[in-house]
Structure formats: structure tokens, C-alpha cells
Design a protein around this ligand. Structure first.
Ligand SMILES: Cc1cc2nc3c(=O)[nH]c(=O)nc-3n(C[C@H](O)[C@H](O)[C@H](O)COP(=O)(O)OP(=O)(O)OC[C@H]3O[C@@H](n4cnc5c(N)ncnc54)[C@H](O)[C@@H]3O)c2cc1C
Length: 505
């Protein structure tokens, strides 16, 4: 079977792999190739379209860029003003049958008085504990208690984070939160509560951009289109990596030889499928994976609804759900991001069901819109199983329970897909595992990077992932230290504008 030889091989056409490819293309030094098992670019930042024409991302994807180099790539890929919509960040927490503006702690004035008291008492205890404590908190749970106290922990932080991560906060570390996160201001909370004030936390100009067409996946297809197409190969599945020989074997029987490998495959998959020389303790690497690399799966459930967007939804963007009246932790009003995320109003669609199926069987006649849509995320782990057969129905019921939709709303499209893995868990053993695994691979010129390539949630968003790829190339080719991988807190605390996409530097 055929063998190709390149200087740099990139595995994966998600944001990390595309970041690596953009940098290789910009530098124009040596030969390179990118391969992906999928049929197109995007990875977990892709978008599906239902039969009826509703778009759904892999959960709520919003860009909060920390990097000029990333912004340059966005502007190059989608350069026209009409390529993007700009939105105010409007976010709430559903709590005690009401919508509490985010951040929760600054708006507890909308909660029942007994809950306000619990929150404030907890914050006073937490402030005292911060003065008393000699050591830094070790678990996420200790961190929550020390920052916010028992009241906010029990009303929001613990139940919400269990729904997100599918493991209790006691099983998570807290270094990933960074040193910058300040405890909420007790004075502000008390003053807002006594003055019955509600205030958003994003500031007056907090906006975000979303692509007009093709959802989040549209961004990454556009980025891929700026690269030389002959260097991007899809439907190519990597089965094995031979560390010493510097080759990968593909499922079609071919092999690729490289000098440097930037891999965005899961780090666990890499360790399972790599051939290492006898001098390397492979068993120790497998143990590090088992002890430290934990993930949860994400179910994405979408519904398309006939009707005008109800005023109770208005300009809401994304909403958090800590309570157990819904299986999801987050809902996104996806039709608010772009009108093209839904079919146009003149498209005729039949009603599949009333939100509450006990309302009867709807007519099968296809009728016009308008339409709007909701996208929900549900986590799953061995500690928090999800029944794939019933989760769609449970999610729709959860939408009714939380007043997102009404029982007689007409549902015209549904979507459900499970993504494994979805979230890299900042487990107690993660950092020790990464400290063993990543350098062991780098000895063989393998740079495992990306959301699951380097397993760091705090630098696992699209902008970070893209830059992990860019910086991996700089490291492989020039030995430049990587800031995103090694200093998440630093890159997250500033605007990083040292590198630009054009002119080349
Ligand atoms: C539920 C959810 C919500 C999110 N919300 C946000 C958000 O609001 N904002 C934000 O910026 N980011 C968000 N993200 C993160 C964003 O999706 C990631 O940053 C990004 O997709 C990670 O890029 P990546 O390239 O590292 O990995 P991936 O996107 O996973 O890409 C990896 C690629 O490698 C390929 N691959 C894997 N194994 C092989 C193999 N053996 N052979 C060949 N190819 C292989 C895959 O096909 C895939 O295309 C979210 C992610 C999820 C899951």
C-alpha cells in the first residue's frame, strides 16, 4: 500500500487541526498534510441540519476570543459584514420558577426571602473561612464553598455543575478555574438584595458574533476553504501511530511518514494505539490515562417550533438550569442567533407532535411558519446515566416545566445526537496524568493538542483550540514555548495580540 512522506502531519480538521494547518500554510516551510476521519472540517464545532431544515450546533457555541490571531482568521474566512450577526449576551439562570439574570449571586433579590438569607449567610461564612484558611482549596467543592458559601452552593453551583460535568464537584480539582476568579462582592450582593436590584454581569457592550449562515460549522468550513485543498484529506482514519518510525497507519492500509506530528485525536486513543519502543514504560502511560483522563458525553437535543417567538423568550441567548425539573443544564435559543438557523416562514411543515403529547394527535397537513428553535445539552457519565430512548421526550417535558414552551406548542422538527466525548473533566488526577503523557509523546516529536488532545477544559474553547494548533506548530518547527497549553490562566486573563495572521510573522 502507498506511503506518503511529509515534514508535518496534522491529524484532525477541528479548530485545533485547522489552526495548525493555517500556521503551516502561513510559514510555508516544509511539506505538510492534514487528515481527518470525518467527511468535512469542523470536528465538535460542526453543525447538523434536520430533514425539516433546522440547524443545530454541538451545543451552545459562542466565541469569546482572547487572541488577535484567531480574530484575523475569522475575518479572513468570513470577511463581509453580512457574514455575521452581532448579539448582546442575554443570559439567565432558571431557579425557583423564575429567571435570575446571570451572574446568579448578584441577582438573588428575585429569589424568595429565605433563599436570599441562606445565600448571604453562606457568603459571610465563606468570607470568614477565607481569612481563617491556611491552605488553598483542593477540590472544586471546597473552592465553591470558600468563594460563595453553602447557600449559593446548594441553590446553584453544586446542582448546576453536577448537571454539566456528570460528576460531583468533590471529584473535581479547582486549579482550572485560575487564580484570577475573585469571590463575589458581599457588599454588592447585600446592596442589590436590599435595593431589589437586578443587574446583568456582562457589562453594557458585551456582545458576541455568530455566523449568518451554516451555524458554527459554517465558520470552520470557511476557514478550511482558505487552505490549499490538496493538503486536506477527509475520510482518512488513523488506526496506529509508530512513535519510533514516525509513521501513522490508516484504515485504508496506507501509511504516512512525518518529522513532526500534531495530533488532535483523543489523548486516550493515542496512548491505546501507539507503538512505543521497549525502553518506554507503556503500562505507566496507560495507568496515567486511566487515573487522570475523565470525560463526559454530551447529548444535544434540538426542537423546531411553529409560531412567533414568544415575548417570554424575547432576546434570551443561553439559559442555565440547575434544578431537576429538566434534564438539561443549558438551553440555547438557537433561532435568535441567526434567522437562517430555522427554515423561512413560507416553508410548509407538518406538526410532528404537540409539546405535550396528551394534547392529542395533530393533523398531518403541512402548514407555514414562522418558526423558532431551542437547543438543549444533557451530560452523561457512568455516574449519571441517560436513557437515549427517552431523553428527547424528557427534554421536551423539561422545556414545558421550565416555561420555555407551552404544552400545546407545535413541534415540527426534532434532533438528538450523542457526542462522546463532549467535556474533558478537570479531574483530581488530570494534571499529573498530563505531566506524564504529553512530554512522553513529545520525545517522539508528537504534539497531542486540542480539546481532547491536551484535555484542558480551561483552554478547550474554539479560540484556545485554534491557538493550541498554531502554537504546536511554532514549537515543533522553532522550539517556541507554548503559552496556551502551559499558561491557561495567563492567556485567559489578557488579550493576546503578539501574533498576526497577516502579514506573516
Ligand atoms: C457541548 C459543547 C459546547 C461547546 N461550547 C463552546 C463555546 O460556547 N465556545 C467555544 O469557543 N467552544 C465551545 N466548545 C468547544 C469547541 O467545540 C472545541 O473547542 C473544538 O471543537 C475543539 O477542537 P479540536 O480540534 O481540539 O477537537 P475536535 O473538534 O474534537 O476535532 C478533532 C478532529 O479529529 C478527528 N479525529 C479524531 N480521531 C481521529 C482519527 N483516529 N483519525 C482521523 N481523524 C480523527 C475528528 O474527526 C475531528 O474532526 C464546545 C464543545 C462542546 C462539545
Amino acid at each position: 500500500m502507498s506511503q506518503t512522506t511529509v515534514d508535518t502531519l496534522v491529524i484532525g480538521a477541528g479548530p485545533t487541526g485547522l489552526g495548525a494547518a493555517k500556521r503551516l500554510n502561513q510559514l510555508n516551510q516544509g511539506t505538510w498534510l492534514l487528515v481527518d476521519a470525518g467527511k468535512e472540517a469542523g470536528g465538535l464545532a460542526s453543525t447538523d441540519v434536520t430533514e425539516e431544515g433546522f440547524l443545530f450546533d454541538v451545543g451552545g457555541h459562542v466565541i469569546f476570543s482572547h487572541y488577535q490571531y484567531f480574530d484575523d482568521a475569522m475575518a479572513e474566512a468570513l470577511p463581509k459584514a453580512g457574514d455575521w450577526y452581532e448579539h448582546q449576551r442575554v443570559s439567565y439562570v432558571r431557579s425557583k420558577q423564575t429567571w435570575v439574570p446571570y451572574p446568579y449571586q448578584n441577582n438573588i433579590s428575585v429569589l424568595p426571602v429565605e433563599d436570599q438569607v441562606k445565600c448571604i449567610e453562606g457568603m459571610i461564612d465563606a468570607a470568614e473561612e477565607r481569612v481563617r484558611a491556611k491552605d488553598a482549596p483542593k477540590t472544586f467543592d471546597e473552592w465553591i464553598l470558600r468563594q460563595m458559601g453553602e447557600g449559593l452552593a446548594d441553590l446553584f453551583m453544586r446542582p448546576y455543575n453536577y448537571k454539566v460535568w456528570a460528576v460531583p464537584t468533590t471529584m473535581m480539582q479547582c486549579k482550572w478555574l485560575g487564580e484570577r476568579v475573585a469571590a463575589p462582592s458581599l457588599k454588592l450582593v447585600v446592596s442589590n438584595t436590599l435595593n431589589k436590584k437586578v443587574a446583568g454581569g456582562w457589562g453594557p457592550n458585551a456582545t458576541f458574533k455568530f455566523p449568518a449562515h451554516g451555524g458554527t460549522g459554517g465558520i470552520w468550513k470557511a476557514v478550511a476553504a482558505t487552505l490549499p485543498q490538496e493538503k486536506l484529506q477527509f475520510n482518512k482514519y488513523i488506526e496506529k501511530v509508530d512513535a519510533e518510525a514516525h509513521t501513522v497507519s490508516l484504515s485504508d492500509g496506507s501509511t504516512i511518514k512525518y518529522k513532526h506530528l500534531v495530533s488532535t485525536m483523543g489523548l486516550d486513543y493515542m496512548i491505546d494505539n501507539i507503538k512505543l519502543p521497549a525502553s518506554v514504560n507503556h503500562g505507566q502511560l496507560k495507568t496515567a490515562v486511566k487515573d487522570g483522563l475523565i470525560f463526559s458525553s454530551t447529548h444535544v437535543i434540538g426542537i423546531g417550533i411553529r409560531g412567533v417567538l414568544p415575548p417570554r423568550i424575547g432576546d434570551k441567548c443561553w439559559l442555565y438550569f440547575p434544578e431537576d425539573d429538566s434534564p438539561f443544564y443549558r438551553a440555547t435559543v438557537f433561532s435568535n442567533y441567526s434567522p437562517n438557523n430555522c427554515p423561512q416562514a413560507d416553508k410548509k411543515l407538518a406538526t410532528l407532535q404537540y409539546a405535550d403529547p396528551s394534547k392529542g394527535k395533530p393533523s398531518s397537513e403541512a402548514k407555514e411558519g414562522p418558526y423558532w428553535s431551542l437547543m438543549m445539552e444533557v451530560s452523561e457519565s457512568h455516574l449519571k446515566p441517560v436513557d437515549a430512548q427517552t431523553i428527547l421526550a424528557e427534554t421536551i417535558q423539561g422545556c414545558i416545566n421550565t416555561e420555555l414552551i407551552k404544552p400545546d406548542d407545535e413541534i415540527v422538527s426534532t434532533y438528538h445526537r450523542k457526542f462522546t466525548p463532549g467535556y474533558p473533566t478537570p479531574s483530581l488526577g488530570r494534571d499529573a496524568a498530563l505531566a506524564t503523557l504529553l512530554p512522553a509523546l513529545e520525545k517522539f516529536d508528537i504534539y497531542s493538542r486540542g480539546r481532547f488532545g491536551s484535555w484542558k477544559y480551561e483552554v478547550g474553547n474554539q479560540d484556545h483550540s485554534y491557538m493550541l494548533g498554531v502554537e504546536a506548530v511554532n514549537r515543533a518547527l522553532f522550539g517556541t514555548p507554548e503559552t496556551t497549553l502551559l499558561n491557561p490562566d495567563w492567556v485567559n486573563g489578557r488579550r493576546n495580540h503578539e501574533m498576526r495572521l497577516t502579514p506573516a510573522n
